[in-house]
Design a binder for this molecule. Structure first.
Ligand code: PLP
Length: 338
């Protein structure tokens, strides 16, 4: 957002490309000669139908998502998927599920899943290093009877990111991932996953839409208690139009996908992200302990760079105040809260 004189370092909602905002602005009142705004149009009309289909096609092209997966545009945020995943993948609330708890988001997913499955912690990074590392994958205690292994591919608050993915060693061989904060930040082999979900607002659009990429054979087995809106089948059978979807948010995501393709795709996006994150990590590491990033080097996130100041509280307040004067928005997590 340098073009706009601000540097948005907050984790999200994130800065969108200026060209995307300008295109949306130009089309806001009169969408492509229709005389209406896209946010005023029927979600079953031809204009929105074309917009959602194009968004899905570009999303699929960027990650090479095969036809064996459904792409669902959902409401309720990634937080709602914390319940939807066990409701759709477990036969009953007594069915076991494994959770790798690498930070506060996967901990929230685990706690919610306990209501709808016999969820257990296959590994936790809390005691080991206050969520600053990931385990060697053979140290994950997987239950062979589990219905899935759940990970958070990038812990937004703790800055821990998977660079490879564990092999699910459960009865169905399913890996499920909350990718909210590194979705579309780099290429990912979708075929490794049964379910990927992400709130759009971190990397691909405004808040209001959650995207799920679900292997087709996993759809249609939801627990009988599953609310209709949380059943993947409801949305798969109705092309994400069972009820009124977040039309404007989906339209903006579509513009972002076009932009990502025009940038050269996700390999190029990853290269840029590595470059930007590298500038921050290099500065932190070269500061002689003035700035501290607690995360183990091998799992440092390219999306979220947590750091503290060696001298703590007062220096951090001063840092934030001076950063604001330079147009730098910084997400503040009080020291000691991790
Ligand atoms: N998971 C991760 C990794 C997140 O960063 C967030 C952030 O907000 C969430 C889940 C919750 O997403 P939502 O606000 O879309 O429910």
């Amino acid at each position: 957002a340098a073009e706009r004189g601000v540097y948005n370092f907050a984790a999200g909602p994130a800065t969108l490309p200026l060209s995307v905002l300008q295109k949306a602005q130009a089309e806001l009142v009169d969408y492509r000669g229709s005389g209406m705004s896209i946010m005023e149009m029927s979600h079953r009309g031809k204009e929105f139908d074309a917009a959602i289909k194009k968004a899905e096609a570009d999303l699929r092209a960027l990650l090479a998502v095969s036809d064996t997966y459904e792409v669902l545009f959902l409401l309720g945020g990634a937080t709602t998927q914390f319940a939807a995943v066990p409701l759709n993948l477990c036969a009953s609330p007594s069915d076991p599920a494994d959770f790798l708890v690498s930070g506060s988001w996967s901990d929230k997913a685990f706690k919610e899943a306990k209501k709808f499955s016999a969820a257990s912690v296959a590994w936790s990074g809390k005691e080991e290093g206050k969520y600053t590392s990931l385990p060697p994958f053979d140290a994950i205690k997987q239950n062979p009877e589990a219905s899935f292994l759940h990970i958070c591919s990038n812990e937004t608050i703790h800055g821990v990111e998977f660079k490879g993915y564990p092999e699910p060693k459960n009865k169905s061989g399913i890996l499920a991932a909350d990718m909210s904060s590194n979705f579309y930040s780099k290429p990912v082999d979708v075929s490794r996953f049964g379910v990927i979900y992400a709130g759009a607002q971190k990397n691909v659009g405004p808040s209001g839409v959650t995207i799920a990429i679900v292997r087709k054979d996993l759809i249609g087995n939801a627990q009988p208690i599953t609310p209709v809106m949380l059943d993947f089948k409801t949305h798969a059978d109705n092309a994400s139009l069972y009820n009124t979807p977040p039309c404007f948010a989906i339209y903006i995501c579509g513009l972002v996908f076009e932009n990502l393709l025009a940038q050269g795709g996700l390999a190029e996006v990853e290269r840029k992200n590595a470059h930007k994150a590298g500038i921050l990590y290099d500065t932190i590491d070269a500061s002689g302990g003035y700035y501290i990033c607690p995360v183990e080097t091998s799992v440092r996130s390219l999306m979220n760079v947590p750091f503290t100041l060696a001298n703590g509280g007062d220096f951090e307040k001063q840092f934030i105040a001076e950063a604001a004067k330079e147009g730098v928005g910084v997400k503040v997590t009080p020291t000691g809260s991790r």
